[in-house]
Design a protein. Structure first.
Lengths: 90, 434, 453
């Protein structure tokens, strides 16, 4: 992985590393990606993708209202202003 | 010129897309919230059946191929309004694909109809970014078109037809329509993101088309870019770099699964253009008039259907038109009794004054009685009319339907019952023209 | 059949039972760091039930739940995980606390967190991860069950290294609602106990369909007896001494009751790469939400532009979390997604198919780890891929969502060795019966018996 690609990934993951960390992690990542390359040897032609290990008997939710019992506790986790949650500057 | 749209429409449900929080408007910010629509760690989505059903109806109405099995993906990007920093949306296994919406002279192809969640609402107050999660998790469909629209008129027509279709499927069209546009006058495609409201959509298109046309005329290069629309300055302007698919890194949403919707029932579409053309065909009314009245009014359409065997369609249309004009409102279900009174009189050929019509609309008892005239008197009137209008008799000899004109003229001028006039006219015409 | 739960419930307990237990735990916790949040309000009068702990990635309303991450320091969940509600509703267990873990479950040895848990037998040795604290707690406390969680081996490995029973159910048998996600298509909440019977009781308490978790749809659990034990040759080749010889001695002891055969698999030994690809791809999306203003760590500087604000906050992730976010994001990139992520899901399908057909015939048995318990100083020197290679036995059943159980079978230099038994989807009960049988032949050893009456 070249420096440019690594920097691009740091930018889109919103991660900042100091130089030491950067060096170590970049090296680790190269090692792991090399390891991942192994799966290219496995022929998967015509194989279905298994998004789950088992077939999920998925059900839809009936459209009904059920309020959450502790809205105040949800809000209390963050900085508040007039009932709004304060986020970072745009 | 090529214009493509990505239109976002809120689906009519009681609860949110992935949780049971109420969709009702609330005056208090962050009151209809729970761990799911706030994306708290460990919370998981539960897919709302009504949202899927509604999106299925829309896909069907757009002649889409329906995916029997639908699934969702995560679209990752960082923005303060997005609670999980990924949006649950659809890609390959979206509910509908490859459909179209019909305009007068062309079909606008639909690439995809997908279900997705709306982020939270951002309110700016001074330096502060304030977040209201009541909106977070609102069920949306995104309708993605191919770039098949080539003029502003077509764009208007597309929006009008789409709105009518959505209206008849139960979507609340009073909620503002949000869309992304892509416009290319020449070779280069420019995207305009987050345009809110139809007015802005039209204006943004107009501005951008002019901007690009001007640039081409001056041999300037058009950047392939993402722009925003500034409602105040009524101009499109370059905006922050948006992520590309490379960065979104879509993967299967494995907190949900693949849902088999092949047995799901949905509402049938109403295509007002077709209905208007049919009704106009046997009623001598301009289809445009029927369209205007019924496009966004199911009570009006119901009224036409209910009374079409009792009265002429044109009488019903005129009745509704006069009601809406004098009452300065669109007709509602509960107006239909009063409108019927108008329609009946119109259908009988009565000439109703504005005052009488307004009395009827106000629900006052209005008696419109016919003059009591003998058969001989009526026959005299017919003969007199024919003498005064010699062309009419000639016309009648060519086209027997001209009798309707004679009946209408005489009955309305003399306040006579059209049936009695018809009998008199028939007798006179028989003796003169055979 | 031995059951500490039944023994405890049938006993006369001292009224200060819990206060004694709490002070013992606090003392030992200073060396072993297995508990991260202790419920100091627990009392005999109020509770009087069997203590249970949950791994620190399972939400308990009002109790600090950090998933081992600085990112979630101070986070008090406003809701209970479904498993916690179910345990509370059973009326048999009392919440004692939350157990230490690798940050977000990212680790084989429990070392990827600020203060790692240490092995219950000897604190120079690793506890195993990622449910490190759950295993240590189970080996420390006499009357207790632990609710733990496994993505790729996070129950089996620490259970084996601390000599307790570790059970990972069929994917979708236990609700994940309220489990702080690592990889949604792989995460399974399971249990640890000091005997198979207690693990079964705990499993029955927490399992069952849940409308809050769409993927939790396995309702019926079977108990198909198997008489055959399969050893996978390509996996066994990775086992080192003393594990290799010890495991052969185990097979000898089981030979009387079971037909044991070694079989080939050309695909099960390929499971680690697709496992880590899927796990990291999913993890990198799950960790996006930690951005410093909604819960847990609060970045006070809301005047910062949002991208800088997020980046400042996300500095709190540990090194392994950062590695996995970057790797996971890379393999999701549109241009390489097919090559890694999509391909990995296909390989997963192939592995499931092969294992399913083997498991129709019998159990798959193996050591839990290819090596004996390493010292902390040695384990911390391993490179990422050396670390991942330790998961050779635990990854295949986890990738395929197959139920598996770990049980101790020998003690080497005073430390336990654990074996792993795998069965087919939704045949979980067969595992408890197998281990209960084994317990007739085997004497468990523990260094501590906190809470002994």
């Amino acid at each position: 992985m070249n420096d440019l690609e690594f920097e691009r990934l740091l930018k889109i993951t919103r991660l900042r590393l100091d130089d030491l960390e950067k060096k170590a992690i970049q090296k680790d990542i190269e090692e792991v990606i090399g390891y991942f390359e192994n799966i290219s040897e496995i022929s998967t032609e015509g194989e279905e993708k298994a998004h789950h290990p088992i077939k999920v008997d998925a059900r839809l939710r009936e459209d009904g209202i059920l309020g959450f019992e502790d809205v105040e506790m949800l809000k209390r986790q963050s900085k508040l202003h007039d009932g709004y949650i304060v986020g970072p500057k745009l | 010129m090529k214009i493509g749209l990505e239109v976002h429409v809120a689906l009519p449900t009681k609860s949110k897309l992935f949780c049971s929080c109420s969709m009702e408007d609330s005056d208090n910010p962050n009151s209809n919230i729970c761990p799911i629509c706030m994306g708290f760690p460990g919370s998981k989505p539960m897919l709302n059946e009504a949202a899927v059903r509604s999106a299925l109806g829309i896909s069907n109405a757009l002649y889409c191929k329906i995916n029997r099995k639908i699934s969702f993906v995560r679209k990752v990007y960082f923005y303060p309004d997005l609670p999980k920093c990924y949006q649950i949306t659809q890609m390959e296994e979206s509910i509908g694909k490859e459909g179209y919406l019909e305009l007068e002279n062309k079909k606008v192809r639909i690439r995809r109809v997908q279900i997705e969640e709306d982020p939270a609402q951002i309110v700016r107050k001074g330096m502060l970014t304030l977040l209201d999660f009541n909106r977070s998790g609102t069920p949306l469909v995104e309708i993605v078109t191919e770039p098949d629209i080539s003029t502003e008129e077509e764009l208007r027509e597309f929006i009008a037809n789409l709105r009518s279709m959505l209206y008849y499927l139960g979507v609340d069209i009073n909620k503002e329509m949000k869309a992304d546009l892509n416009i290319s006058v020449g070779e280069t495609r420019v995207e305009i993101k987050n345009v809110t409201g139809i007015k802005s959509l039209i204006e943004a298109t107009r501005f951008e088309v002019e901007r690009q046309t001007e640039a081409i005329k001056n041999n300037e290069k058009i950047e392939r870019e993402t722009r925003g629309y500034n409602e105040k300055s009524r101009a499109t302007e370059s905006m922050r770099e948006k992520e590309t698919d490379e960065e979104y890194g879509y993967i299967y949403e494995s907190d949900l699964s693949t849902f088999d919707i092949s047995e799901m029932k949905h509402a049938d579409p109403v295509y007002i253009n077709k209905i208007a053309a049919e009704l106009a065909g046997d009623s001598e009314v301009n289809p445009k008039t029927i369209r205007e009245i019924t496009m966004l009014n199911r009570s009006a359409l119901a009224m036409i259907y209910r009374f079409r065997n009792r009265y002429r369609v044109r009488s019903i249309i005129h009745g509704i038109q006069r009601f809406e004009k004098y009452s300065d409102s669109t007709m509602k279900e509960e107006d239909s009794d009063r409108i019927e009174k108008l329609v009946k009189l119109i259908d009988e050929g009565k000439d109703i004054s504005r005052e009488i019509a307004e009395d009827i609309i106000a629900g006052k008892e209005v008696k419109v009685e016919y003059s009591d005239v003998s058969v001989e008197e009526i026959e005299k009137m017919v003969r007199k009319f024919l003498d005064e209008n010699p062309g009419v008799l000639e016309e009648y000899k060519r086209n027997k339907k001209t009798v309707n004109l004679i009946i209408r003229e005489i009955s309305s001028k003399n306040n006579l019952h059209p049936k009695e006039v018809a009998a008199g006219a028939a007798a006179v015409l028989k003796s003169i023209a055979g | 059949m031995k059951s500490y739960i039944n023994e405890f419930l049938g006993m006369e307990k001292p009224t200060d039972y819990y206060s004694g237990l709490l002070s013992d735990i606090e003392k030992l916790n200073k060396e072993h760091h297995f508990i991260t949040t202790l419920n100091k309000d627990i009392s005999y009068e109020k509770d009087g039930r069997l203590p249970f702990t949950v791994k620190a990635n399972i939400c308990v309303k009002g109790f600090e739940t950090t998933a081992g991450s600085k990112m979630l320091r101070g986070y008090l969940p406003p809701f209970n995980a479904t498993v916690v509600d179910k345990i509370n509703a059973s009326g048999r267990f009392s919440f004692l606390g939350e157990t230490n873990m690798d940050e977000f479950g990212f680790g084989t040895f429990g070392l990827n967190t600020e203060v790692p848990a240490r092995n219950a037998f000897d604190n120079d040795y690793v506890a195993g991860g990622s449910s490190s604290g759950a295993a240590v707690a189970t080996a420390m406390l006499k009357y207790h069950v632990a609710i733990a969680e496994s993505t790729g081996g996070s129950i089996a490995t620490p259970a084996a290294l601390n000599g307790v029973v570790g059970f990972t159910p069929t994917y979708g048998a236990v609700s994940r609602y309220g489990l702080i996600d690592y990889a949604n298509s792989l995460d399974k909440i399971g249990v640890m106990a000091r005997c198979a019977e207690d693990a079964k009781v705990a499993f029955d308490t927490i399992r069952g369909r849940d409308r809050y978790d769409t993927t939790c749809s396995v309702e019926t659990i079977g108990n198909k007896k198997r008489k055959k034990l399969f050893v996978i040759k390509e996996l066994m080749e990775k086992a080192e001494e003393p594990v290799k010889s010890a495991f052969e001695r185990l097979l000898d002891r089981l030979g009387g009751n079971y037909e044991i055969s070694e079989i080939d698999s050309k695909i099960m030994d390929k499971a680690i790469a697709p496992y880590y690809i899927i796990a990291m791809a999913e993890a990198s999306t799950n960790l996006a939400k930690y951005d410093g203003y909604k819960y847990g760590f609060q970045n006070e500087d809301t005047n910062r532009k949002y991208n800088d604000f997020f980046t400042d906050a996300r500095i709190n992730f540990g090194a392994e979390a950062k590695r996995r976010i970057i790797l996971g994001t890379f393999i999701r990139s549109e241009s390489v997604k097919d090559k890694y992520y999509s391909k990995a899901t296909q390989v997963r399908g192939m592995i499931i198919r092969e294992m399913r057909s083997i498991l129709e015939e019998g159990f798959i048995i193996s050591p839990a780890l290819p090596i004996a318990t390493p010292k902390i100083e040695n384990a911390s020197k391993l490179t990422p891929t050396q670390n991942y290679a330790m998961d050779i036995f635990t990854v295949p059943p986890n990738l395929g969502g197959f139920p598996h159980i770990t049980f101790p079978y020998e003690y080497h230099d005073g430390l336990p060795l654990g074996a792993q038994l795998v069965t087919g989807h939704a045949n979980d009960y067969a595992l408890f019966d197998f281990v209960s049988e084994w317990e007739e032949l085997f004497e468990y050893r523990f260094r501590h018996n906190l809470g002994e009456i």
